[in-house]
Design a protein around this ligand. Structure first.
Ligand code: UM3
Length: 123
């Protein structure tokens, strides 16, 4: 069974990509099987080395907006791509807008080893 840590890798990690094209999100959301039903409204891919993303868990505690999880914010800006579902897009034709950004990212971490399990957002 896929662990939450593995699910994070599948849904959010793409370290080897630096430049993305307009079709990146439509390709990746399918390839990584992220679309869900209904279409997942927002999903972010991170283009940084895995060790740098895992390191976020070890420092940078920040308050979470929801109650119980432990949130951690990156100490530097990271290269990310936000995939946003276009208006009127209906499953299974999930059509995504691709937006490349450099922002601080916030993740929740769990387990031993203590690793990212959810992407919370970027600031
Ligand atoms: N989400 C992103 N990027 C954002 C905001 C939200 O990927 O900027 C995803 C993360 C969550 C989901 O999925 O939206 C609900 O917040 P996850 O828990 O599977 O990572």
């Amino acid at each position: 069974k896929e662990t939450q840590a593995d699910e994070f890798l599948r849904q959010h990690m793409d370290p080897d990509t630096s430049k993305v094209t307009a079709s990146y999100c439509n390709t990746m959301m399918k390839l990584r099987n992220v679309m869900g039903e209904p279409c997942k409204p927002v999903n972010t891919f991170i283009h940084e080395p895995l060790r740098d993303v895992q390191a976020i868990c070890l420092k940078g505690d920040v308050p979470c907006k929801n109650t119980k999880s432990d949130c951690h914010q990156s100490s530097s800006k990271m290269r990310i791509t936000d995939c946003r579902l276009k208006k009127g897009s209906i499953y299974p034709q999930c059509d995504y807008e691709t937006q490349q950004k450099r922002k601080y990212i916030i993740v929740t971490c769990e387990g031993n080893p203590y690793v990212p399990v959810h992407f919370v957002g970027s600031v």
